[in-house]
Design a protein around this ligand. Structure first.
Ligand code: SF4
Length: 377
């Protein structure tokens, strides 16, 4: 976890005159996003290869980051920095030898859409894509296909069509509001969505998938948003931290605000080559999440999405990490390692094997120290 000094942003020349009221305002963070090469070069020292990657990918995938998120990078010349690698384009994103055989939508989210913007895969859940705008465009995003479109929130009419479908389908118990990032929407628009979903009696859970806690935690100092969380009490917040450098003392205060509204906060991490595919990094991440009271939920094997494949690790890497965590870290901090299956066939958990043998009378286990233990049944 990073503990940030007061006025930490002022050490970056381009923001030395930004006052605290501006910097800590979530809308200022979004309005002052860095969205092109010259803007990011005013903050980071880019390599020739990175500059070339900007040119090659620029017309294909959006680039964008909040000032807050990029200010968390401590060494501006370190091309291996885990935050930098999540926002700066890489040539591999458009390398046909790596990405060529893969699809932008391997989980058929668009095909499984009964109405535009809504994906209905599992009987009891729908995915509600509220906007395709994000305040940071993560290079590993599994919805990278939306980077190809114009940035926009959906229209009121589109939302109405989505609500109607949910109202008519009583098997739906949970709505996952995602995007893009739904918490980049103004409170008024968000309230319109939340109110309509909240009033559907068969909806028990409104899950909001957002990265704002990672890239713009000042969003959760907005009284208006906290009031919505408090009022529409079916909300659960699922966030997406991938590295301990992303967790700060500001994250901790923001989580405290969210928890004060009765909203649980859980985290999904994606296993990313060169960013967090390391036992110790994931251990530290899970420990820091627990310290700020976020429950680790999933660790995902990187999805087979075109433009993202260069981040994929070996499948076994996630199992090795879970093996390492077991016995070292409280069960509270151990996420479920999962793989999303192509063709929209759902997620499957992948576990290390601890039950080695079993018959009518006994079962044989190995524990986290590889000790073999028999128990009577
Ligand atoms: S914030 Fe979420 S939806 Fe937006 S680019 Fe990042 S991973 Fe994708």
């Amino acid at each position: 976890m990073q503990i940030l000094e007061r006025f930490y942003w002022k050490k970056i020349k381009v923001w030395e005159n930004i006052d605290e009221n501006q910097w800590t305002n979530w809308k200022w963070q979004i309005a002052n996003r860095l969205v092109d090469l010259s803007q990011i070069e005013s903050v980071l020292k880019l390599s020739q290869e990175e500059k070339q990657a900007f040119k090659i990918t620029g017309n294909i995938f959006h680039f964008g980051t909040t000032p807050y998120y990029v200010s968390l990078i401590n060494d501006i010349a370190d091309i291996q920095n885990p935050i930098r690698k999540q926002i700066i384009p890489a040539i591999e994103e458009v390398d046909e030898n790596i990405q060529g055989f893969f699809s932008f939508d391997p989980f058929l989210e668009d095909k499984m859409s009964p109405v535009s913007g809504l994906t209905h895969r599992y009987p009891d859940r729908v995915l509600f894509r509220a906007t395709n705008f994000c305040s940071v465009y993560c290079r590993h995003c599994m919805r990278k296909r939306m980077f190809l479109e114009e940035e926009r929130a959906r229209s009121k009419q589109e939302y109405e069509t989505m609500f109607s479908y949910i109202r008519e389908n009583k098997s739906i118990k949970e709505v996952i509001i995602s995007g893009g990032d739904p918490l980049t929407l103004p409170n008024k628009k968000l309230e319109f969505i939340l109110k309509n979903l909240y009033e559907i009696e068969h909806i028990d859970i409104i899950r909001i998938g957002s990265r704002e806690l990672v890239v713009n935690p000042y969003r959760f100092f907005d009284e208006g948003l906290l009031e919505l969380f408090d009022r529409y009490e079916k909300i659960w917040l699922i966030t997406h931290f991938n590295h301990p450098d992303e967790i700060t003392d500001i994250t901790k205060k923001a989580v405290k605000n969210i928890l004060s509204t009765g909203t649980p906060v859980l985290n999904q991490t994606v296993l990313l080559k060169g960013i967090n595919d390391d036992e110790k990094v994931i251990e530290n991440l899970m420990r820091d999440l627990l310290k700020v009271k976020i429950k680790p939920y999933y660790l995902f094997f990187c999805d087979p999405v075109k433009g993202v494949l260069h981040f994929r690790t070996e499948l076994e890497k996630g199992v090795q990490i879970l093996e390492y965590l077991r016995g070292r870290l409280s069960g509270l901090g151990i996420p479920v390692y999962a793989v999303d299956l192509d063709g929209g066939l759902g997620k499957v958990p992948v576990f290390p094997q601890y039950l080695l043998d079993k018959n009518e009378n006994e079962a044989v286990f190995r524990n986290y120290e590889n000790k073999i233990v028999k128990i009577k049944l």
